[in-house]
Design a protein around this ligand. Structure first.
Ligand SMILES: [Fe+2]
Ligand SMILES: [Fe+2]
Length: 375
């Protein structure tokens, strides 16, 4: 009893951030499944509800819903300042100078930022609505929307879930996708394209109007954003196939495969665009250097900017032929690993201990999911 009441208390806290799936799904789900038996019902009621979904599938979708809410929040901040503000992606009024610096990478950057932002909104909304339609609890991170965002002209000023002003960006995906002999699933590690982004804390949006000049500093911020776009989306491109391997229902598998593919499309676009980021040293931070990736000591196959399609590499076994693949796709600990990756990039600097505890719970429950029959 003692351990039950302790668990009950922590579950109660956690439930504050879960939308009640039963309410959304309607009375039809009441009285079935969840409330079917006697004593275990109490314990079951204290936990997240899976409704008609296999428990592991609901846990995987809840972690993905949280990841999508986080993606939406960061993309909204980019769109407010650097994208297109319209009724599809409302909020903010644009920062012409920041948008112009982004457009050095490609003249259509504002359209791509807008479209990536809209896509994240739909991922978040769809997954939560699907959970609710099955009588499962959905995810709500609104209580954690407490971080101050940019005060630059054009930002909406609304509180944020994520912090884009102190990023440490791991660009090792650049060489990971160019290697023909190594695969992170084999434990291989890869050097970053921009070593100085992997250390320190860097803004990816103008923190205030003071960041709008000198132009070289603003370009460094836009370059950081360009690398961050691809870094985020390659994470999504790996996360979905990693978790798909432990889904049980074919419909949930369809959801995970279908959304995961769009993350890969986003990554491919950003991978191409950021190859156009101009070589420079930030005049406001001489430690931040964007090197020429096509010239020594960079260059050649591991860095050449037009090699944006995944080079074939080892897959599953070194005795099998090489294959062009998304990587990594290791499924063990994939959700916890994704959370660590987002945390290490500084995206949650300023967030509360309750935020980290809630996300850790969602990740651990997703990682505990097993394909039915493979327990
Ligand atoms: Fe997404
Ligand atoms: Fe995404």
């Amino acid at each position: 009893m003692k351990s039950f009441s302790r668990e009950s208390k922590s579950n109660k806290n956690r439930r504050e951030f879960l939308k009640n799936g039963m309410v959304a799904a309607g009375a039809a789900t009441l009285g079935t499944g969840l409330l079917a038996s006697g004593a275990p019902v109490l314990a079951e009621q204290e936990k997240e509800r899976s409704g008609k979904l296999p428990k592991g599938d609901a846990a995987i979708l809840r972690f993905l819903a949280a990841a999508e809410i986080i993606e939406t929040d960061l993309w909204v901040q980019y769109n407010e300042l650097g994208g297109i503000q319209d009724n599809e992606v409302p909020g903010g009024s644009g920062s012409p100078l920041y948008a112009a610096a982004l457009q050095v990478l490609d003249g259509d950057m504002n359209q791509y930022i807008h479209d990536n932002t809209e896509d994240e909104f739909t991922h978040e909304t769809f997954i939560n609505a699907y959970l609710a339609s099955k009588g499962a609890d959905a995810v709500d991170l609104e209580p954690f929307r407490t971080l101050p965002g940019s005060t630059a002209t054009g930002a909406s000023g609304k509180p944020r879930l994520t912090n884009l002003m102190k990023l440490t960006v791991d660009t090792s995906w650049w060489t990971r996708y160019r290697s023909r002999t190594q695969n992170p699933n084999f434990g291989d590690t890869f050097p970053p394209a921009v070593p100085s982004l992997a250390v320190g804390q860097h803004p990816a949006i103008p923190r205030s109007d003071a960041d709008l000049s000198p132009s070289n500093h603003l370009q460094a911020i836009a370059n950081t954003a360009g690398f961050h776009f691809a870094t985020i989306e390659q994470g999504g491109a790996s996360l979905y196939p990693s978790l798909a391997q432990r889904v049980s229902s074919s419909q949930v598998l369809q959801i995970v495969l279908s959304i995961g593919g769009t993350e890969a499309m986003h990554f491919q676009t950003w991978h191409d665009k950021v190859g156009n980021a101009p070589t420079l040293t930030d005049s406001s931070d001489s430690t931040l250097v964007f090197p020429d990736l096509n010239a020594p000591p960079f260059g050649e196959e591991d860095f050449q900017t037009n090699l944006i399609m995944p080079e074939p590499t080892v897959f599953l076994s070194r005795t099998l032929p090489v294959c062009s693949i998304v990587r990594p796709t290791e499924t063990t600990g994939a959700a916890t690993g994704a959370l660590k990756f987002l945390t290490a990039m500084g995206l949650f600097i300023g967030q509360s201990p309750a935020f980290f505890a809630f996300l850790r719970d969602l990740a651990e429950e997703a990682d505990a999911a097993r394909r039915e029959g493979e327990r």
